[in-house]
Design a protein. Structure first.
Length: 430
């Protein structure tokens, strides 16, 4: 039997897809690309915006239309947050949420036994524990996303995630240690720790994110440890100083901003001010040599005036992020912000996004240009064309270099020779 996965959304979803794929592979399924013919198509959905839901529906219907005899399975955040909408998506033969995606094999067997559509969503409950989700390999081969945290307690006014993911819960350190060892034994060189609210890892437990990084770095086969997206809270001086002392830690911090305007941050129910966020950025840059800061910025949030937007733009420019993901606000049903309504016109949101992208792209271009002539250490991940390899520095600068030998999985020193929109070119130093 052949199974194919289509994954939308964040790195946590990607980690969970790997977990489900391993469950099926162990049961004898052949995992193929979603463009190939398969007996099962599994759509792991995202629901962070209404656009994500629309894309999920389109993908499910496309698979069913193209492969009417195949079994279409819908899982992920969309059915978890909006079960009634998922139930109406009749093209999906099996529907399950993200809480019980580990039951996928059992539900497949049940589907064939009962010969009828299955709709099985378990609700998240207060006080629930982290559900087992460990992998032994990763499709990228060199770098693996390891899920160590799930859920969020923040309840930002625009966000549905606490409803689709439940409350904060964390993977036990012993489970993490075993998972890292298994990944290392299968050739993984870099661990990326991911979670829905990663910086809350260990909340209400006797460990924290620093302990997780240490567990990974203690494995002799692991060369690098990186953190996924973070929230500004919980990043204390003790955490930063502890991370500084870990040689394998990669000083790349993706810290969600959303807005550089205090009024907008308050309306979003974000628990910090622009000044507090800036102080954290300065602290990180002072603590880590060659640290890079990346972020997410939303424009056109309900109630955002032109003055508010300019304040956010000025903040982003002064912070000089190495990379910024800019996106226009999309009203999400079920959130507090949706009660206010989408007060900024679509054309205006697009205009603001275009301005923000243009200005932040200039900063990234200048940063890439400043690297020319510098020597960096690159962990190469894949061969993008014959003789040309791509990898990343510890602070996550994409680098491409030519080599006559296969250098996938190898750390190499290289001199930056040029900069382009998406990467820097380099020559290897032997």
């Amino acid at each position: 039997m052949r199974a194919a996965f289509y994954t939308l959304g964040c790195k946590v979803n990607q980690a969970e897809t790997e977990y489900m794929a391993e469950l099926l592979a162990k049961a004898g399924f052949e995992i193929v690309d979603f463009n190939d013919d398969a007996d099962y198509y599994i759509v792991n959905s995202c629901t962070v915006t209404s656009t994500a839901d629309q894309k999920t529906r389109q993908i499910v219907r496309r698979f069913k239309r193209k492969h009417p005899a195949s079994v279409i399975i819908l899982t992920g955040c969309m059915p978890q947050a909006f079960p009634k909408d998922a139930e109406k998506l009749i093209e999906a033969d099996i529907v399950l949420g993200n809480k019980n995606n580990g039951d996928i094999l059992n539900l497949i067997n049940r589907y064939h036994a009962e010969k009828k559509r299955i709709f099985d969503i378990s609700e998240h409950e207060k006080g629930e524990k982290f559900k087992y989700c460990s992998i032994n390999k990763f499709s990228e081969r060199v770098r693996a996303f390891v899920k160590i945290e799930d859920g969020c307690d923040r309840f930002c006014s625009y966000c549905i995630i606490p409803y689709s993911r439940g409350r904060v819960r964390s993977k036990p350190l012993d489970d993490l240690k075993k998972e890292v060892q298994s990944l290392a034994d299968n050739g993984i060189k870099e661990i990326v720790l991911v979670g829905i609210n990663l910086s809350a890892y260990g909340k209400n437990e006797d460990y924290n994110i620093l302990d997780a990084v240490r567990i990974c770095s203690e494995n002799n086969k692991i060369m690098r440890v990186r953190l996924g997206s973070l929230e500004p809270d919980h990043i204390t001086d003790d955490i930063l100083n502890g991370l500084k002392g870990i040689e394998k830690f990669c000083p790349q911090f993706h810290i969600s901003l959303q807005s550089g305007c205090d009024k907008t941050l308050k309306n979003m129910n974000r628990h910090y001010t622009a000044e507090e966020y800036m102080n954290l950025c300065l602290k990180i840059r002072n603590t880590f040599e060659d640290a890079s800061l990346t972020t997410d910025v939303m424009v056109g949030f309900c109630g955002e005036s032109e003055e508010d937007f300019k304040a956010s733009l000025d903040f982003v420019k002064s912070a000089a992020f190495e990379k910024v993901h800019v996106f226009p606000y999309s009203e999400r049903s079920g959130t507090r912000a949706s009660e206010t309504g989408d007060t900024v016109l679509k054309a205006e949101k697009e205009r603001r996004a275009e301005i923000m992208i243009r200005e932040t792209d200039k900063i990234r271009k200048n940063y890439f240009n400043s690297l020319i002539g510098k020597t960096v250490c690159v962990l190469f991940e894949n061969e993008i064309e014959p003789g040309v390899y791509q990898g990343y520095t510890k602070n996550y600068i994409p680098v491409r270099a030519q080599s006559s030998e296969n250098i996938v999985g190898c750390e190499k020193n290289a001199r930056i020779t040029g900069s382009f929109t998406e990467y820097c070119s380099a020559e290897l130093l032997f």
